[in-house]
Write a protein that binds this ligand. Structure first.
Ligand code: BES
Ligand code: ZN
Ligand code: ZN
Length: 501
């Protein structure tokens, strides 16, 4: 799909030729002047009149009437040159690519040079161009009998840049891999729960394992019973679908030491159980496996890029349903760790399945733990739907994850976890822990509870309840699943390996 060309002689044929423009005060460079020559200097008039705008994300399309090879020029505004961040660049790319998609273009080219600034180097621009192309043009196919429009795919993506071709190519492929894995996670999350059960999730993981040579282990209900995974089993009790504990191991080092454990909440549908959700709260609960999808997406990137790191991915998966067999408030259950839990709320099920997932990851050598979960509505109230909430017992580990998130533009914000918070989840007259002390600070309570199972192992909890889906389309994708944390987790793993020789 990607082509790299050194020179743009303006004769090459493509549907859309995309050029970045900065706002105000920029002299027309030599290159622009050359292009403008082909247009009898009308382009600079359009810039002056504002028809070609440098405002952030502004898209101006001009038909070339055959004056150059490309059918259309697409100018995308980047704001002020000095201020342009990677996030700005990505959003502008997204706006440009979505315009091409909407207009049903089938090929495009970008002039890389026009996007480069002192802050954002050519390889970063190339990576982000490919990544935001894959992300911004994503669609979930859905199940309509008839699609109104036949699909037009953008099949050719040309990059004009007079630099090191190999390096640019590598950067493009990296962006492509990151984008594609994020889209894989999006598709898992967008798939309804009648079509995506724990079993489907397990088969998907197995498929990844076959493709990338991961070790794959799927624990069945009987295995869980033997291991005493009473917390995961309790959540599954009301279900017609058997639970699965999905384990993928990627060994990127000689020895199975220094292992990162990624644990993803894989609730394929969350009714709340007997602590039933209100009817509006049920809609979209097919997305309650967003943590699992993030982990699987990250594993896809890891499989492609093979960093020198050991990773164990653990996904406890089931739906949370009601029946005569379902677990109930007041039940006391025994987790795999041996800790007993008084269930005060069956809707606080994520922390229960994660408890056993974390214990399992630790037993399989995880030296650091990151759990990802659509855990609480509380995190949305606290941070809105653009920030992932984080809780940790190890500030240095969280810092590494936040560093990774700054690379990917997926915002993470830390919530506190105090000794008093810990005491609240330890407060039960009849068990070691309770799963839902109160609604006060309940995003923190969720973290506090999971932390009891991480114990002394460095651990970060990421609550993606707010960030895993969006209500309406945005520059990097349509309404629905965002694939949040796929890129941050993968970046974290890659950087962890670099800093851990
Ligand atoms: N899956 C939900 C959290 C959630 C809410 C995700 C909204 C996405 C959007 C989780 O299992 C849950 O129900 N949490 C409860 C916790 C409470 C019972 C302590 C919540 O947030 O209300
Ligand atoms: Zn719930
Ligand atoms: Zn849930």
């Amino acid at each position: 799909m990607f082509h790299i060309e050194k020179k743009q002689n303006f004769q090459n044929k493509e549907g859309y030729f995309i050029i970045g423009v900065f706002q105000e005060g920029e002299k027309f460079g030599e290159w622009f002047s050359k292009l403008d020559d082909s247009f009898q200097n009308h382009l600079r008039e359009l810039v002056k009149s504002g028809d070609i705008s440098g405002k952030k994300k502004a898209v101006s399309v001009i038909h070339t009437f055959g004056w150059i090879g490309a059918k259309r020029l697409l100018f995308v505004g980047l704001g002020q040159r000095k201020k342009m961040t990677k996030e700005d660049l990505v959003e502008s790319f997204g706006a440009a690519f979505q315009t091409v998609k909407k207009n049903r273009g089938d090929s495009l080219a970008i002039d890389l040079q026009s996007f480069i600034t002192a802050r954002v180097d050519p390889l970063t621009v190339a990576k982000l161009a490919a990544e935001s192309f894959i992300l911004s043009t994503y669609t979930f196919k859905g199940y309509k009998q008839k699609e109104n429009k036949p699909d037009v795919e953008i099949e050719k993506f040309t990059v004009y840049y007079d630099g090191n071709e190999e390096e640019i190519k590598k950067a493009l492929v990296t962006g492509y891999i990151y984008g594609r894995a994020t889209n894989s996670a999006r598709t898992l999350v967008n798939t309804p729960s009648n079509l995506l059960t724990a079993d489907h999730l397990a088969k998907y993981a197995k498929m990844l394992a076959d493709r990338y040579g991961f070790e794959c282990e799927i624990l069945e209900k009987e295995d869980m019973e033997k291991l005493g995974m009473g917390a995961l089993l309790a959540v599954n009790q009301g279900s017609e679908n058997p639970p699965k504990l999905i384990v993928l191991k990627y060994q990127g080092r000689k020895e199975w030491k220094n292992v990162i454990g990624l644990v993803g909440k894989g609730i394929t549908f969350d009714t709340g159980g007997y602590s039933l959700k209100p009817r509006d709260g049920l809609v979209n609960m097919k997305t309650d496996m967003g943590g699992a999808a993030a982990v699987l997406g990250a594993m896809e990137i890891i499989g492609e890029r093979k960093p020198e790191q050991n990773v164990v991915a653990v996904i406890p998966s089931t739906d949370n349903m009601i029946s005569g067999k379902a677990f109930k408030p007041d039940d006391v259950i025994t987790s795999m760790s041996g800790k007993t839990i008084e269930v005060l709320n069956t809707d606080a099920e994520g922390r229960l399945v994660l408890a056993d997932g974390i214990t399992y990851a630790k037993q399989h050598g995880a030296d650091v733990l990151v759990d990802v979960a659509t855990l609480t509505g509380g995190v949305i109230v606290a941070l809105g739907s653009d920030k992932t909430g984080a809780i940790t017992n190890d500030e240095a580990l969280l810092e590494k994850i936040i560093d990774a998130s700054k690379e990917t533009g997926e915002m993470i914000w830390q919530l506190p976890l105090t000794e008093k918070d810990r005491e609240k989840v330890r407060n039960s007259k009849i068990a070691d822990l309770n799963n839902s002390p109160s609604r006060e600070g309940h995003a923190i309570m969720g973290g506090a509870f999971i932390g009891e199972f991480a114990e002394d192992t460095p651990w970060v909890h990421l609550d993606i309840a707010g960030t895993s889906i969006v209500k309406s389309g945005y520059e990097l994708g349509p309404a629905g699943a965002t694939g949040v944390m796929v890129r941050t987790l993968a970046t974290f793993v890659e950087e962890f390996s670099e800093n851990n020789e």
